[in-house]
Write a protein that binds this ligand. Sequence first.
Ligand SMILES: Cc1cc2nc3c(=O)[nH]c(=O)nc-3n(C[C@H](O)[C@H](O)[C@H](O)COP(=O)(O)OP(=O)(O)OC[C@H]3O[C@@H](n4cnc5c(N)ncnc54)[C@H](O)[C@@H]3O)c2cc1C
Length: 404
Amino acid sequence: MHVAVLGAGVTGVTTAYYLAEFGHTVTVIERASAVATETSFANGAQLSYSYTDSLANPAFIPKIPSLLLGLDPAIRIRIMRNFSMFPWGLRFLAQCTRAKAGENTIAVLKIALRSAELLEQLHQKLSLQFSYAAAGKLVLLASPRDVEAAKLQSALKRQLGCETHVLNPDEAIVKEPALAFMRQDFAGAVYAEHDHVGDAHAFTRGLSDWLQSNRSVEFDFDRDISGLNVNEGRFLGVQTGTGTIHADAAVVCLGPWSQQLLTPHGINPMLYPVRGYSVTLPPGPHAPTVSITSLRHRIVYSHFDDKVRIAGFADFVGFNTSRDAERISLMCEIAKQAAPEAADYDAKSIRPWGGFRPVTPSGQPNVGPSGIDGLFVNTGHGSLGWTVACATAESAAQAVTNSE
Ligand SMILES: Cc1cc2nc3c(=O)[nH]c(=O)nc-3n(C[C@H](O)[C@H](O)[C@H](O)COP(=O)(O)OP(=O)(O)OC[C@H]3O[C@@H](n4cnc5c(N)ncnc54)[C@H](O)[C@@H]3O)c2cc1C
């Protein structure tokens, strides 16, 4: 089959890989001039296989008033002129029960564990260079209550073969001595030895180069997708500013922009673009080698090659980017206060970046048939798109193949 993959982020390029492995001819259509220029460009770099905990959970509800009043510096919610947030927000709130949070965490954990296996296989087979390393990860817990909740989650995850350990602060410092130099006020930490670090942009670029040299995969850059040709419930082609591209099937991997393309065809993937930021700095005198996630500050620190990537924050402001500089500066200030020795905050270039996470209310990605014959989706990966890329791409490619 000739399959069009819409979007060349980490999701689109891994989808192209598995489609090619299943024997299809693939055209990847992308509006930018290169792969991974949007949300897959400079994310937190964590392959966070063990930390799939649902953002929608009962503990979120009591925080809502303070979030709406802007009292958490890491989250900005702009309600006015942001009407698409209402239906999404109501569905998100419906996921904030203990049962739903458990279901969503486990569903994403299963995808992440499969993805870990697949990425390892892909790494062995293709030898791509993307700073891939088994760094391990420590999630710093803010309160004794969070520690108790983490113990329950850890026991649940262990049943699925995911080994995490809840440590007290002294034990966490033994795992990562640089924590002693971080003014992180934490009550405990979850340690995941098997979590990895890796540069999503380098991976996506390396994989796309490999596909162009070794498989029937063509990249059609600088093509803005404006719509889909659908007739009597059957996909026929992709409309672009410079003509229609015909294919037997298409997989929509446009991150949060998938929403605009699919809604006119009666498909609502329920995606909200949650803005986050990163900076990439030279390491400081006590840079952690284990990836660190601070739940209190909603900031992650990842160390790969000669860089420290600091990423985080969650802004519900639609596709608005007008306050990026201010938000990045605030994130750096908080990161520096918490971990003054982790990075060289005075470096000449901090490589500031912002991206839109494609977030569904449940945190589970939308993968598979769309309801229109020949049209498939692979999006909604939220904060874990790099972590789950291989497994969701394999599922999407499998769904296309099964439809033949
Ligand atoms: C601050 C931050 C930190 C993060 N940290 C991590 C992390 O540590 N680990 C992790 O696993 N995940 C992390 N994520 C999430 C992860 O980066 C995303 O889930 C993932 O990159 C999404 O990939 P994607 O390919 O679906 O979307 P994108 O990378 O956004 O790709 C979508 C592509 O579609 C193209 N496109 C859109 N509209 C059109 C159009 N009309 N025509 C043609 N092309 C179009 C875009 O140009 C883009 O190339 C983080 C995200 C953020 C914002």
